[in-house]
Design a protein around this ligand. Structure first.
Ligand SMILES: CC(O)(O)NCCCCNCCCN
Ligand SMILES: [Zn+2]
Length: 668
């Protein structure tokens, strides 16, 4: 199933008709720059084009009041003076004779996406729309927004398709207060937003944008705010919040549909956000949401005012929706203290609502200042034009790397043409394996299995990996006689000669995995039901689940809170996933694990399974081919002791692994 793209140039046909420094950045070129970049890169041609349509009155009234709708209906007939007058009653927004038409198209475009996804015509999609939506409220326009496109879509999906739970992820750099107000007492809609806040000094200066707005009444816990109290946030800050706040709650919420308020003013170069996250971060943010709700993801453009980073960010998002391998995120730094404080505050505020956050450390939260805020000088007359930073120098960043899409058959069972001892000899003569390596393999490996099939296995694995590293195939699946031995031998001998870092994930009980590398060429994370060998090095991390790998909640908590952050920090060139016999891990969890691990190493994942586990090959191959994992059934709370143990393990490891940090000094 494909990816829908909704775009209509009619939505470029309105603009600011008078002088208003606050609104000058919201220009029609935002849409044309985004769309033309998709066309130029060939991405639009790979999408299913879905036409825009006007939202009906009834659909708009799902969120807005009749009084407001009737008022907006009058704007097409207003004189310039009337439009200015009409605009004065709202904040940081402007009207135009054609904006009502465009606002109906913007809302209708997102509904078209929801229809395409819910009827199974496509798997996911994006709507390039303006005016944006997430600031508009029941009775008011605000922040360039007229109708709340995504809020309307959420209500529409529930009403028309009986969707039970909708997750709204708002990665725009502004707080979508309109969405928060709409659903704050509604437990069927989980709203997550991060936003530039600077302790209420940043627009829209709302006290309710802070982390302690968790929702009201039965909606308590279903509103997650992560305020950024400093500018300059980077990729590692964003990923930490996804791994340690959003994803645990999102998986526990188990949505039937994911809507994204896809604002790209959170990217580097944007005059509003003044953040430093690079456009390729949106490839990963999108990917991390794509295994929820069976892959049903609907993104709607919100903000984004630097046309260069906006266009690049849109392309990164669409390319991930299409299933292409992700770019590696180079040299992630540790999350900054301010980000860690915000992260910790959000986790603490939600401890009581989400069992995945129950074990979050609970240092005393800073008291929130109640003194009136003093608007910064520039708030009255905002910064210069969209392209220059307020401090004058323009930000520069590298163009995101090319993301070649692997051939269709990216999951392949081992070619069985390479068999017997001659296979290894051929490899050694072909120079693929240095003779010393051949001996190392032979003596290391053959003691685990008889010579014949051991050698055959080795040579097959090597063939598979070579094809992967030359991008001939995206990833692979291998059935081997002895998974533990193959995994260790592969990591220790084969891979480390062909790639600089291998992330080795072992699932299930096994001995002999406690081989440690001190040089860091392999990082072994072993998730099992038994106590792993005592940790000898930073590169061997045993994670014990008291109830074994069949405990999906505990397993998932280890994946989201430990494996993902480690993987991002380690940035491997290859992922080796070994499924030990009788691991007990459920198919759904297994597919989620593969789906999430595909985000590393440009999707180069090699899965090793015991030869007798054919039954698991189907689900494994499906996940390797990028088909969304089946949604996990209702998740119970992780077992307390496991949650505690994981928290303690994380605290122990965070000295070595910065991405595991979740608490900063509490002086915010
Ligand atoms: C969709 C959105 O979230 O991007 N709208 C942002 C509205 C910003 C209003 N303030 C502008 C001040 C100019 N420096
Ligand atoms: Zn914004």
């Amino acid at each position: 199933m494909g990816t829908a793209l909704v775009y209509d140039e009619e939505m470029t046909k309105y603009k600011l008709l008078w002088v208003d420094p606050a609104c000058k950045i919201e220009v029609p070129e935002r849409l044309t720059a985004s769309y033309e970049a998709l066309v130029r890169s060939g991405l639009s041609g790979r999408c299913v084009s879905v036409p825009a349509r006007q939202a009906s009155d009834a659909e708009i009234l799902l969120v807005h009041s009749e009084e407001y709708l009737e008022a907006v209906k009058k704007t097409p007939y207003m004189t310039l003076e009337d439009l200015k007058e009409f605009t004065l009653q709202y904040g940081d927004v402007y009207f135009h004779p054609n904006i009502y038409h465009c606002a109906k198209l913007a809302a209708g475009s997102v509904l078209q996406l929801v229809d395409s996804i819910m009827t199974g015509k496509v798997r996911n999609g994006i709507a390039l729309v303006r005016p944006p939506g997430h600031h508009s409220m029941r009775g008011a326009a605000n922040g360039f927004c007229v109708f709340n496109n995504v809020a309307i879509a959420a209500r529409y999906a529930k009403q028309k398709y009986g969707v039970k739970r909708v997750l709204i992820v708002d990665w725009d750099i502004h707080h979508g207060q309109g969405v928060q107000y709409c659903f704050e007492d509604d437990p069927s809609v989980l709203y997550f937003s991060w936003h530039r806040y600077e302790h209420q000094k940043f627009w829209p200066h709302l006290r309710e944008s802070d982390y302690d707005s968790v929702g009201k009444g039965s909606g308590a816990g279903f509103n997650i705010n992560v305020p950024w109290n400093k500018v300059g946030m980077e990729n590692s800050d964003y990923l930490s919040v996804f791994c340690h706040v959003l994803l645990p709650a999102a998986y526990e919420f188990c949505p039937d549909l994911v809507l994204v308020c896809a604002g790209f003013d959170s990217a580097i170069g944007d005059p509003e956000g003044e953040m430093c996250a690079t456009p390729d971060i949106f490839a990963h943010l999108t990917h991390l949401l794509m295994n929820l709700a069976g892959g049903k993801l609907c993104a709607a453009l919100e903000g984004g005012y630097n046309l260069t980073s906006l266009a690049q960010s849109v392309c990164q998002t669409v390319q991930t929706l299409l299933g292409d391998p992700l770019p590696r995120l180079a040299n992630l730094r540790s999350p900054c203290i301010s980000a860690l404080e915000s992260l910790q505050c959000a986790r603490s505020a939600h401890r009581q609502y989400w069992s995945f956050l129950k074990h979050a450390a609970n240092p005393p939260l800073p008291e929130i200042s109640t003194k009136p805020i003093k608007l910064a000088k520039e708030e009255e007359e905002p910064a210069e034009t969209a392209e220059e930073e307020s401090s004058g120098e323009a930000k520069v960043w590298p163009e995101p790397p090319q993301r070649s899409c692997p051939p269709v058959c990216s999951a392949s069972v081992l070619p069985d043409d390479v068999a017997g001892a001659d296979g290894l000899k051929r490899l050694s003569t072909s120079g693929a394996l240095q003779p010393r390596l051949v001996n190392k393999l032979k003596n290391h490996f053959t003691k685990a299995a008889d010579d014949g099939d051991a050698v055959a296995t080795i040579s097959r694995l090597h063939t598979l990996m070579e094809k992967m590293l030359t991008n001939e195939i995206g990833n692979g699946l291998a059935l081997v006689p002895d998974v533990a031995a193959a995994t260790m031998c592969f990591a220790q001998d084969l891979a480390s000669d062909l790639v600089d870092r291998v992330l080795v994930v072992c699932v299930g009980n096994a001995t002999g995995l406690n081989y440690v590398t001190t040089d860091g060429r392999a990082l072994v994370v072993h998730i099992s039901g038994e106590d792993g060998e005592e940790r000898k090095s930073k590169y061997y991390i045993p994670v014990r689940l008291k109830q074994g790998c069949g405990d999906t909640s505990g397993f998932l908590q280890a994946v989201l809170g430990l494996l993902l952050p480690l993987g991002y920090e380690y940035d491997p060139g290859l992922v080796l996933l070994g499924r030990m016999p009788e691991s007990g891990v459920g198919d759904g969890m297994w597919q989620q694990l593969i789906g999430l691990l595909r985000g590393f190493a440009k999707g180069h994942t090699l899965v090793l399974m015991q030869a007798n586990e054919e039954a698991c090959m189907g689900p494994t191959a499906s996940a390797l081919l990028g088909h969304p994992a089946a949604p996990l059934q209702e998740l119970g709370a992780p077992f307390p002791q496991d949650g505690d143990a994981l928290e303690r393990l994380r605290e122990r490891l965070q000295a070595d692994w910065k991405m595991l940090q979740t608490t900063g000094r509490m002086d915010c």
